[in-house]
Design a protein around this ligand. Structure first.
Ligand code: 73E
Length: 754
C-alpha cells in the first residue's frame, strides 16, 4: 500500500466533536441521548476549545485535506507539532487588539492519545567527526519527540486516519553532569529549554520568520517524522527482510511525502542525510515531493542546527542538480546558473529553501491556476525552463462536511430534499441545482434559510457582545487575517464613502448594510494593528450617528477563528475578496462563502478567477485591476496622489482620516495609515477605489430585488462543486502521488432519522 505523508507546521483543526458526529452519522443519536439527559447538544459543543494550531488559510487547508484524504480512503498521515499554545486569543480593548495566550490544553484534550512507545530522539547542534565507516554526528543536544495521535474519520466510509503531532520532551539525563545541589536544580529548570520547541505557534501569517526557535521547530517535526516514516517502512513487507541492511528499492513507490509550503523543506536534506549517512545508500532512490504554496519568503539560514545539512546541500543535492546540468542545457548562461543556485551569494551564506524544494522534489504545485502561472512566469521562471514537467497546479478546496453539513444544516437539508445526499461526498452533483434556478419554491427556501442564519447570527452577536444589528440589512462580510495585501483598507474607504453619502442626502433611500470585518493581526505587525483600530474607530462614529440609523452599521468581529467562521459564513450575503490582483495565492474563505450562498465581490485574484469562471462572470461582482494592469501600473509608476487629487469622494475620506474625524481625541492617530496609502502603498488601494465603489453600487441595486439576488445565489451554490477539497486531493493523488483514490460508501446506520 502506498502511504501518503502530509507534513505541515500548521493544522488549524478547530473543534472536533460535531465533525466526528457528522462523519460517523451519530448526530441524531447524540442529540437524542443528550436531550434525554436534559442537556442541549449545541450548548455542549460550544464548550469545546478550538484546536488553533494554525494562523489562517495554510493551516486550515491542511485540516481540510486530512478530512478529504480520509474520505477518499487514502492511507494518509498528517504530521505536525503539538503546540502547547495555539494562535492567540484576540481581545479588543478600547478599539485595539490585545493578545491573550491560548492555553487550549488546560482542561485536557479528549481527542488525543499519547504514544510514548513511538517516542523518537531528535539531535541538534554538535559537530561532525569522520572515521573509517563514514561520518559521525557527535556532541549533540538530544530532544525527545513524543507523538500524540488524533483520529481523522472519513465521511461515512469506515476509514479512520491519524494525525500525529510531536511534543518536545527533555530526556531524563538532560544536562546531567556531576553537579552539586544547585546544579541539579538548574538542570531540571533547564529542561524547559528543550521543551520550548513545541511551546507556541509563531503567530505570523504569510510572513517569513527568521528566528532560531522557528527553525528548530521545522527541523524537529521533519527529523521526527522521517524517522517514523522509515521505521514504518522497515516494518512493512516492503522493507527487506535483511536484518543488516534494509532495501529501500520500494521506498519511492510506497512513500509519498507532501510538504505544505517551504516550512518543512528541511525534509529534503534530512532524508538525504538519513539515507546516505545512516542507511548507507545511494540517495538517487528517493522521491520526495513538495507542494509549494505561497512561496513568497524563503531565505533561510541552514545555520548550525544540523551541521551535516550543509554538507548534504553542497554535495548531495549538488550531485543530482549540479550546475553542470544547467550549464549543459543553457551553455554560457552564467547569470542563469547564479540565479538558480541553492546557496545565495553574500557575506553570510544562505540557503534558498524554495530552490532546494524544487530541486529535491519531483513535483511542485501552486494552489490556484493564476498562482501556478505566476510562479512559472516570475519567481521560478528559470526552474520552469529547466524542468517544466515538475510544475503543476492544484487549485485549493474546502471540505463540504465542515463547511456545509456541519455549519449550515438548514442549507444542506434543502439541497438534499432536491438532489439527495450523495453530493456531500461528490460535490459536483450540486450542478443538479441549476434545474431549480427558476423554481419558486426553491428560491423561497434558499432565501428563508439565509434569513434564519442571519437571525441566528444576530442573536449570537447580541447575546455575546451586546450589539444589536438589523437582520434585514445586507450582511457584508470580510473575515481573514489582517494584512495590507488583503486590503481591509479598501473596505474601510467604501464604508466611509457610504457614510458620507448618507450624510449628504439623509432623505434618500439607501439599501441598509451591516459591514462586518474580523481577523487577527500578527502581534508585531504595526500597520495591521492600526487597521483594526481604524475599523473600530469608524464603527464608533458611524454606529452612533443618529442620521445614519440602522442603514449602516460597522462591526469588528472579535477573535475570528474556525469556530466563529462556522457561525458567520452561513449568515453572509456578500463576501469580500478584494486583494490586489497577484497577491492572494488562492484564498479558501472565498470558497466557503460561495458554498454557503453568499455572492462575492472580488478582484481577479487567486481562486476568485476560477470561482467566477464556474459561476459565470454575470453572477459575480468582479472589479478592479487584473494582474496585467497591476504590472502595467508598476511600469508606469503608481502615484496615489493622482487618484486623491482627481476623485473628490476619495479625497474627502482620506482627509477625514487625517484630520481626526474618526479619532477626535487623537487627531493624528491614523497619520501612518494615510502616509502609507499616499506615498508607499505596495498594494495600490486607490487605483481600485473607483471601480470598487461602482461595483458596490451594483451590489446594492441587485439586493433590492430578492428574487434576482437569490437566483444568482443558487447559481453560485450550484457551481461551487469544483472547490471541494475532495477534488483537490483526488488530483494530488493521481497527478503527484501516483495513487488512485477509492470512495467506499457505507450504508447509513440503523437510525430512521439518518
Ligand atoms: O492564499 C492563501 C492560500 O489560500 C495563502 O496566503 C496561504 O495559504 C492558503 C492555502 O493555500 C498562505 N499562508 C502562508 N503562505 N501561504 C504562510 C506563510 C508563512 C507563514 C504562515 C503562512
Amino acid at each position: 500500500m502506498q502511504r501518503i505523508y502530509y507534513l505541515s507546521l500548521e493544522f488549524y483543526m478547530g473543534r472536533t466533536l460535531q465533525n466526528t458526529m457528522v462523519n460517523l452519522a451519530l448526530q441524531n443519536a447524540c442529540d437524542e441521548a443528550t436531550y434525554q439527559l436534559g442537556l442541549d447538544m449545541e450548548e455542549l459543543q460550544e464548550i469545546e476549545e478550538d484546536a488553533g494550531l494554525g494562523n489562517g488559510g495554510l493551516g486550515r487547508l491542511a485540516a481540510c485535506f486530512l478530512d478529504s484524504m480520509a474520505t477518499l480512503g487514502l492511507a494518509a498521515y498528517g504530521y505536525g507539532i503539538r503546540y502547547e499554545f495555539g494562535i492567540f486569543n484576540q481581545k479588543i480593548c478600547g478599539g485595539w487588539q490585545l493578545e491573550e495566550a491560548d492555553d487550549w490544553l488546560r482542561y485536557g484534550n479528549p481527542w488525543e492519545k499519547a504514544r510514548p512507545e513511538y517516542m523518537i530522539p531528535v539531535h541538534f547542534y554538535g559537530r561532525i567527526q569522520h572515521d573509517h565507516d563514514g561520518v559521525k554526528w557527535v556532541d549533540t543536544q538530544v530532544v525527545l519527540a513524543l507523538p500524540y495521535d488524533t483520529p481523522v474519520p472519513g465521511y461515512r466510509n469506515n476509514t479512520v486516519n491519524t494525525m500525529r503531532l510531536w511534543s518536545a520532551r527533555a530526556p531524563n539525563e538532560f544536562n546531567l553532569k556531576d553537579f552539586n545541589v544547585g546544579g541539579y536544580i538548574q538542570a531540571v529548570l533547564d529542561r524547559n529549554l528543550a521543551e520550548n520547541i513545541s511551546r507556541v505557534l509563531y503567530p505570523n501569517d504569510n510572513f517569513f520568520e527568521g528566528k532560531e526557535l522557528r527553525l528548530k521547530q521545522e527541523y524537529f517535526v521533519v527529523a521526527a517524522t522521517l524517522q517514523d516514516i522509515i521505521r514504518r517502512f522497515k516494518s512493512s513487507k516492503f522493507g527487506s527482510r535483511d536484518p543488516v541492511r534494509t532495501s529501500f528499492d520500494a521506498f519511492p513507490d510506497k512513500v509519498a511525502i507532501q510538504l505544505n509550503d517551504t516550512h518543512p523543506s528541511l525534509t529534503i536534506p534530512e532524508l538525504m542525510r538519513v539515507l546516505v549517512d545512516i542507511e548507507k545508500l545511494d540517495w538517487d532512490k528517493v522521491r520526495p515531493c513538495m507542494g509549494g504554496n505561497g512561496c513568497r519568503d524563503f531565505l533561510r539560514q541552514a545555520r548550525k542546527i544540523n551541521p551535516q545539512h550543509s554538507k548534504s546541500l553542497y554535495q548531495g543535492v549538488g550531485q543530482r542538480f549540479s550546475c553542470i546540468k544547467v550549464y549543459a542545457k543553457f551553455p554560457g548562461d552564467l547569470d542563469r546558473m547564479r540565479r538558480m543556485s541553492m546557496v545565495e551569494e553574500g557575506s553570510v551564506k544562505r540557503i534558498n529553501m524554495a530552490h532546494l524544494c524544487i530541486v529535491g522534489s519531483h513535483a511542485v504545485n501552486g494552489v490556484a491556476r493564476i498562482h501556478s502561472e505566476i510562479l512559472k512566469a516570475t519567481v521560478f521562471k528559470d526552474f520552469y525552463e529547466f524542468e517544466p514537467h515538475k510544475f503543476q497546479n492544484k487549485t485549493n478546496g474546502i471540505t463540504p462536511r465542515r463547511w456545509l453539513v456541519l455549519c449550515n444544516p438548514g442549507l444542506a437539508e434543502i439541497i438534499a430534499e432536491r438532489i439527495g445526499e450523495d453530493y456531500i461526498s461528490d460535490l459536483d452533483q450540486l450542478k443538479k441545482l441549476l434545474a431549480f434556478v427558476e423554481d419558486e419554491g426553491f428560491i423561497r427556501d434558499i432565501a428563508k434559510v439565509k434569513q434564519e442564519n442571519k437571525l441566528k447570527f444576530s442573536a449570537y452577536l447580541e447575546k455575546e457582545y451586546k450589539v444589536k444589528i438589523n437582520p434585514n440589512s445586507l450582511f457584508d462580510i470580510q473575515v481573514k487575517r489582517i494584512h495590507e495585501y488583503k486590503r481591509q483598507l479598501l473596505n474601510c474607504l467604501h464604508i466611509i464613502t457610504f457614510y458620507n453619502r448618507i450624510k449628504k442626502e439623509p432623505n434618500k433611500h439607501f439599501v441598509p448594510r451591516t459591514i462586518m470585518i474580523g481577523g487577527k493581526a500578527a502581534p508585531g505587525y504595526h500597520m495591521a494593528k492600526m487597521i483594526i483600530k481604524l475599523i473600530t474607530s469608524i464603527g464608533d462614529i458611524v454606529n452612533n450617528d443618529p442620521v445614519i440609523g440602522d442603514r449602516l452599521k460597522v462591526i469588528f468581529l472579535e477573535n475570528y477563528r474556525v469556530s466563529l467562521a462556522e457561525k458567520v459564513v452561513p449568515a453572509a450575503d456578500l463576501s469580500e475578496q478584494i486583494s490586489t490582483a497577484g497577491t492572494e495565492a488562492s484564498g479558501t474563505g472565498n470558497m466557503k462563502f460561495m458554498l454557503n450562498g453568499a455572492l462575492t465581490i472580488g478582484t481577479m485574484d487567486g481562486a476568485n478567477v476560477e470561482m467566477a469562471e464556474e459561476a459565470g462572470e454575470e453572477n459575480f461582482f468582479i472589479f478592479g485591476m487584473r494582474v496585467e494592469d497591476v504590472d502595467e501600473l508598476d511600469r508606469k509608476g503608481y502615484c496615489a496622489k493622482d487618484y486623491y487629487d482627481h476623485i473628490p469622494e476619495l479625497k474627502q475620506a482620506i482627509d477625514q482620516m487625517s484630520s481626526g474625524f474618526f479619532s477626535p481625541k487623537q487627531p493624528d492617530l491614523f497619520k501612518d495609515i494615510v502616509n502609507m496609502l499616499m506615498y508607499h502603498d505596495r498594494f495600490k488601494v486607490f487605483a481600485d477605489y473607483e471601480a470598487y465603489i461602482k461595483c458596490q453600487e451594483k451590489v446594492s441595486a441587485l439586493y433590492k430585488n430578492t428574487k434576482e439576488w437569490t437566483k444568482k445565489v443558487i447559481k453560485n451554490i450550484a457551481t461551487s462543486g469544483k472547490f471541494s477539497s475532495d477534488r483537490t486531493i483526488a488530483q494530488y493523488a493521481r497527478e503527484i502521488w501516483g495513487v488512485e483514490p477509492t470512495r467506499q460508501k457505507i450504508p447509513a446506520p440503523d437510525d430512521p432519522r439518518e
